[in-house]
Design a protein around this ligand. Structure first.
Ligand code: CS2
Length: 435
């Protein structure tokens, strides 16, 4: 018998105390919950490590989680079925605009870590109310309180994310007060990470399924694939949870792992997002089932693999696992979601492979084809979201090779001025639209 959700109890802690806050997170969204919150829940010392998670641009996620005491259901969705798990590590879900609470928590010596999922584009946004501006405000409060050193852990799909976060925080801090910048240099450790767990947007059907299967009402469950990976490099001067219990890997040199993930997984996603939508597909699994898209993806993998040479990377095994993950028939991962912010994503996913191939005396055909597919997608009149929207629109007002050069210049200024690369990309326009 189907019960209506209004009759069901709401998910909540029912008087059981939340773990004490020792981690502050900026960018509360589905990925933070399926990844860092879940890894923390599976550490043996999870009970000592509560998370205060602050939202980014919109407070909605905090509004949904606060009435359920930060609890939410993780729906682990495999080809064979769903598994449900209540994740208890978010002790507080806070509106990102509440900088008073942020400063109070960062001013406490109990707080040891700040994790970030703020998206690629935010690392260039120095505004005081933007997430990194708020973080710098919190670090100033920590310095004033004498609360000691802390680790900042970037969990965004950005090449060199730890160093990119360091540069942004130091730049913003220097603009506020040179002494604060010096304090940051002496007291803040920036940890670089490679993060991975496919987490499509939650749908109303998912909410209904959790009510039906779990017997309680959860307004904000999260759906993710069973696979999860977290590779980290850097110091935690005030301690950290035993994330290795959940499979996290601590390494000295993050770059090869980061490249493997950004190029093979995210690069493939970006090809499928543009080629797939141009060919009428909506999800990753649908695009993968189209041999034209799959060939484009695999030839990019072949190119990228030439520059993933560390023996421990097991590129063949990684590729095989990706094929299985992408084909998961029960995960509807929408290409339109992945297609967002293309100019920045291509910079991390296509450009390094294109450059490495050219440095080796080859043309980087498959990487160039990924970029050309983005241009065709934009030129198709499809709705797009991009931090460089104005530049994209100005480029789209041009025609032919000029349009190609202008769009390429948005992805990488140097490549946009390299006539051979412009010609190459231009010659690949229409690959997925011409029959
Ligand atoms: C995707 C990623 O939206 C995108 O750009 O490529 O969100 C991808 O799903 C995750 O990085 C998987 O770990």
């Amino acid at each position: 018998m189907t019960r209506t959700t209004t009759e069901l109890p709401v998910l909540g802690r029912k008087g059981v105390a939340a773990p004490p806050v020792r981690i502050v997170h900026l960018g509360l969204g589905a990925f933070h919950r399926s990844h860092q919150a879940w890894f923390t829940a599976h550490a043996r010392d999870a009970g000592d490590w509560g998370i205060a998670a602050f939202t980014g641009r919109r407070p909605d996620a905090a509004r949904a989680l606060a009435p359920q005491d930060g609890l939410f259901t993780l729906v682990e969705r495999s080809a064979g079925g769903d598994r449900f798990e209540i994740v208890p590590t978010i002790a507080e879900a806070v509106d990102g605009a509440d900088t008073g609470r942020l400063n109070e928590l960062l001013g406490s010596p109990a707080t040891a870590i700040v994790t970030l999922t703020v998206t690629e584009k935010v690392y260039d946004d120095d505004a005081p109310h933007a997430p990194l501006g708020r973080l710098v405000g919190g670090l100033a409060a920590r310095r004033a309180a004498g609360a000691g050193p802390i680790a900042v852990v970037s969990c965004d799909n950005v090449a060199g994310n730890g160093e990119v976060a360091r540069a942004a925080v130091e730049r913003i801090a220097a603009g506020v007060d040179p002494d604060l910048a010096a304090w940051v240099r002496a007291n803040v450790s920036f940890v670089g990470t490679s993060v991975d767990r496919i987490t499509p947007r939650t749908t109303p059907e998912d909410v209904a399924e959790v009510a039906e299967q779990c017997g309680y009402h959860d307004a904000a469950p999260v759906v993710a694939e069973p696979f999860a990976s977290w590779i980290l490099s850097g110091e935690f001067p005030a301690g950290r949870p035993a994330w290795e219990d959940a499979g996290a890997l601590f390494v000295d040199d993050i770059e090869p792992f980061e490249n493997r993930k950004l190029w093979l997984l995210n690069g493939a996603h970006t090809i499928l997002a543009y080629a797939g939508q141009l060919r009428g597909h909506q999800t990753v699994a649908e695009a993968l089932a189209d041999p034209v898209c799959r060939d484009a993806m695999e030839s990019f993998w072949d190119e990228a693999a030439r520059h993933l040479t560390l023996p421990g990377l097991d590129v063949p095994g990684y590729r095989a696992a990706l094929l299985e993950r992408f084909a998961n028939p029960r995960i509807a991962h929408y290409l339109a979601q992945i297609a967002q912010d293309g100019s920045l994503k291509l910079r991390m996913r296509a450009v390094p492979v294109l450059r490495a191939e050219r440095a080796a005396g080859r043309s980087g055909l498959a990487a160039a084809r990924m970029i050309a597919a983005w241009m065709d997608f934009l030129s198709s009149g499809a709705e797009f979201h991009d931090p460089l929207e104005q530049g994209v629109r100005a480029a789209l007002a041009l025609e032919g090779r000029e349009r190609t050069a202008a769009l390429l210049g948005l992805v990488d200024a140097g490549l946009g001025e390299d006539a051979a690369v412009v010609d190459r990309v231009d010659s690949l326009r229409g690959t997925f639209t011409d029959d």
